[in-house]
Design a protein around this ligand. Structure first.
Ligand code: DX5
Ligand code: ZN
Length: 224
């Protein structure tokens, strides 16, 4: 079984206490911190820049996974790498030479990831997968831009197709993950789970993370 990991998304945290919220996630047993970067162009919202990654790197030992929802990711990967990211995820729908940008991310010593919006088909990344140009695939289970949206179960078929094509790759799911939706996501082959509003609204985040991890482990299936 691939590593099952739970990653709190600080888009769901209290913005007035971000460092403290990162420490709360770390002591609750989170595996990585997910940082959403939005430029107001690729998605309608604007969120964090490299300084927030720097803050997370200073606050906790956990790896930082940076989700770039920006229209020209190639212009920003160096800045995020310098700020202390460990994984950089770009969108296949963004305006860039995807293969070149993924290679640049790896040249910077980062794990490289490709992200698909809910309507983007699995086939759009098959060439990337066959070339082993990524370490991680992030399947959006909401339309990117905002936390607190409803999980879109129709992306599960796409997860299964990606898992069949690339049994070795880490598959993450982002949007609407909670104690119920994590089960079918894991059953279709997801092994990395990003959760924002669900985890940060908990008074006992440690119990919630333990519960999510246990549910994902028992539901995980890679052979659909
Ligand atoms: C949405 C972001 C997500 C968001 C998920 O565009 O990419 O990472 O924080 O939030 P929840 O878990 O509340 O759906
Ligand atoms: Zn995200």
């Amino acid at each position: 079984m691939p590593d099952i990991q739970i990653m709190p998304s600080i888009l769901g945290a209290d913005f007035g206490r971000l460092a403290e919220e990162c420490r709360r996630a770390a002591s609750a047993g989170a595996d990585q911190i997910h940082v959403d970067v939005m430029d107001g162009v690729f998605v309608p919202n604007i969120s964090f820049g490299p300084d927030v990654v720097k803050m997370a790197a200073k606050s906790v030992q956990l790896p930082r996974s940076v989700h770039l929802m920006v229209s020209r990711p190639q212009d920003h990967v160096s800045a995020f790498s310098e700020a202390g990211s460990d994984t950089i995820l770009i969108h296949v729908e963004s305006k860039c030479e995807v293969a070149e940008t993924l290679a640049l991310i790896r040249d910077l010593g980062q794990r490289a990831g490709i992200t698909l919006n809910p309507e983007t088909p699995a086939e759009s990344i098959f060439e990337i997968l066959d070339a082993r140009a990524v370490d991680e695939v992030l399947v959006m289970s909401v339309h990117p831009g905002f936390g607190g949206q409803k999980y879109l179960s129709y992306v599960e078929g796409k997860v299964a197709a990606i898992r069949r094509r690339a049994p070795w790759v880490d598959i993450a799911v982002d949007g609407g993950i909670d104690g119920s939706t994590i089960v079918p996501a894991a059953a279709h082959g997801v092994n990395l789970f990003i959760a924002g509003s669900y985890l940060f609204r908990q008074t006992d985040m440690a119990t919630a993370i333990t519960d999510l991890r246990a549910k994902a482990k028992s539901a995980f299936c890679s052979a659909l």
